[in-house]
Design a protein around this ligand. Structure first.
Ligand SMILES: Nc1ncnc2c1ncn2[C@@H]1O[C@H](COP(=O)(O)OP(=O)(O)OP(=O)(O)O)[C@@H](O)[C@H]1O
Length: 309
């Protein structure tokens, strides 16, 4: 069992008598990347701000390595609202932030140079923050959040505003940090990245827990198979095939959403000989599709018996 770094238990918070989040409980373990997901306004940043002590919870407890007090120097935080002191040189700000966390300056300087190089900002240490583009500024702020080698790293939408190349850089760096033992809590709207890099996820909707589990469990539970067929076929015939929950058709492409317990090979074998198949693909529904289904309250993927956690 990996050590639990952060434990959130039954967290609840209201603003002006309006309940924003309730009964939020999850852990983040050493060396794992835990995603906190949910539609705009679901309560992700509120949860994170309570963990960071920027606001205080009305209910529940937050503990770090079993202790109620959160040691600031062991935590790194990339807030959703970006912004560094404008008129300051990059290296100065990184060293200043390291000093605030009692981190040795010599090591901080080495780390800063190494990370600036990694993020294609080599030679920019004397550039002032206001001269940077948005994405460059974000890279610097990311470096600021990890300069002191935190044991727990909280990243609120680290990928927003980054180009695809920089997204990959961030993704790989975040994975490296986890492999080196950092516990990471990450909020993001980029479902493909979350799917690729996160070990577990927690999804909030209307301030409540909807899903909590590891990526494989979540896929097993929610990501049914779908069969995409290209070819001219009659909607009603497809709909009557066994194990088909619903069919979406557009032009000559039909997507057959299959029931949760379908046995794929047997199902393929029983397809009628006269189906018109130019192409056929079997996939699992992506996290992106699961997210949209939940966020739009359609619950199309939810079958009888398949309970949301
Ligand atoms: N200081 C505040 N006062 C009143 N309401 C607030 C405050 N901060 C957040 N809220 C409300 O709490 C809810 C959750 O907001 P929060 O920022 O946590 O959502 P989020 O999941 O991070 O959304 P996004 O994906 O848009 O960043 C929203 O309805 C928001 O209007």
């Amino acid at each position: 069992m990996m050590e639990t770094m952060l434990s959130v238990h039954d967290l609840g918070k209201s603003f002006k008598n309006k309940q924003i989040i309730s009964n939020i409980s999850f852990d983040v373990k050493k060396g794992e990347i835990m995603a906190i997901l949910g539609p705009n306004g679901a309560g992700k940043s509120t949860t994170i701000r309570n963990i960071m002590g920027i606001m205080y919870p009305d209910e529940g407890t937050i503990s770090f390595q079993g202790h109620k007090s959160i040691p600031r120097h062991k935590i790194g935080y990339l807030p959703e609202e970006r912004g560094l002191y404008k008129n300051v040189k990059i290296m100065d700000i990184l060293l200043y932030l390291a000093e605030l966390k009692d981190y040795p300056l010599k090591k901080a300087k080495e780390r800063a140079l190494r990370y600036l190089k990694k993020f294609n900002l080599e030679g920019k240490e004397n550039t002032s923050v206001e001269e940077l583009s948005k994405g460059m500024g974000q890279k610097v702020q990311f470096i600021a959040s990890i300069i002191h080698e935190p044991e727990l790293l909280i990243l609120d939408e680290p990928f927003s505003g980054l180009d695809p190349v920089s997204q990959e850089l961030f993704k790989n760096e975040i994975r490296n940090l986890a492999e080196d033992g950092t516990a990471i809590l990450l909020s993001s709207h980029q479902m493909n990245l979350v799917e690729e890099m996160c070990d577990r996820l927690f999804m909030i909707h209307h301030g409540q827990k909807i899903i909590y589990g590891n990526m494989d469990e979540v896929k097993e539970e929610y990501a049914n198979f779908k069969c995409t067929i290209r070819g001219k076929n009659d909607h009603t015939i497809l709909e009557q095939l066994p194990e088909v929950q619903r069919v979406e058709q557009q032009d000559d492409t039909s997507i057959l959403y299959l029931t949760k317990d379908v046995h794929v090979t047997s199902w393929l074998k029983q397809l009628p000989d006269d189906l018109n198949i130019l192409e056929l693909a079997i996939d699992r529904i992506s996290l992106h599709e699961i997210f949209i289904d939940i966020a739009t309250d359609k619950n199309l993927l939810q079958e009888e018996g398949a309970l949301y956690a």
